[in-house]
Design a protein. Structure first.
Length: 202
């Protein structure tokens, strides 16, 4: 499920968590199990549109969606029969203008958060004032991953490990887990086999 309603400044959705509940209710009728992706595109678009207010609203709404999923898991077999992974595909970084300290002292934080003129707000996303929708506002910083439930031990065991990808070995990074391992853990949870994990990806 993908949801994106931010199409301009000063607009954000507060209904994402409701859609997440509806999607779980619909999938609940499948006795064979299911895989659901619930993505809040509004978080990304709010960052690109330089609107912290919308971004905060989207993150709060996503938090409620995660709460809905956790509640559903509790009512449908618990953590032994379900797995939850919460992560992001990239990060954004925030640039403060030289005048930001003066602006935050003379204005409320809300005034600086609603989107609009960069010089008035004292900040913008990424390195470019002129191209906030470009991918350069994405960082290369590793994103956090939160997980719990069946087969999550696969992720624990994969920290710092590499993997084979189409005949080529890709080395791991100490203290980090690759998204490939997240996929393998989710796949194992879906088919109900946490013991036989393929060593080759691709």
């Amino acid at each position: 499920m993908y949801h994106n309603e931010v199409s301009g400044e000063n607009r954000f959705s507060t209904r994402f968590h409701i859609f997440s509940k509806y999607s779980l209710d619909a999938c609940d009728e499948d006795n064979q199990g299911f895989f659901a992706t619930i993505e809040s595109g509004d978080i990304d678009w709010a960052g690109h549109s330089n609107n912290i207010d919308a971004l905060i609203g989207a993150v709060n709404d996503f938090d409620k969606a995660v709460e809905n999923v956790i509640k559903w898991i509790g009512e449908n077999g618990g953590w032994e029969r379900n797995m939850l992974v919460v992560t992001a595909d990239h990060d954004h970084y925030l640039t403060l203008t030289d005048d930001f300290p003066n602006l935050i002292r003379s204005n409320s934080a809300l005034d600086l958060a609603m989107g609009g003129d960069i010089e008035h707000m004292g900040h913008y996303w990424g390195p470019s004032k002129s191209d906030p929708y470009g991918s350069q506002s994405h960082t290369n910083r590793p994103v956090p991953v939160f997980y719990q439930g069946g087969c999550s031990q696969i992720i624990n065991q994969s920290v710092g490990e590499g993997f084979d990808n189409y005949g080529q070995y890709v080395g791991g990074v100490s203290g980090f887990v690759d998204q490939v391992h997240l996929h393998l853990a989710m796949r194992a949870a879906l088919i109900g086999d946490c013991l036989h994990i393929p060593v080759v990806y691709g």
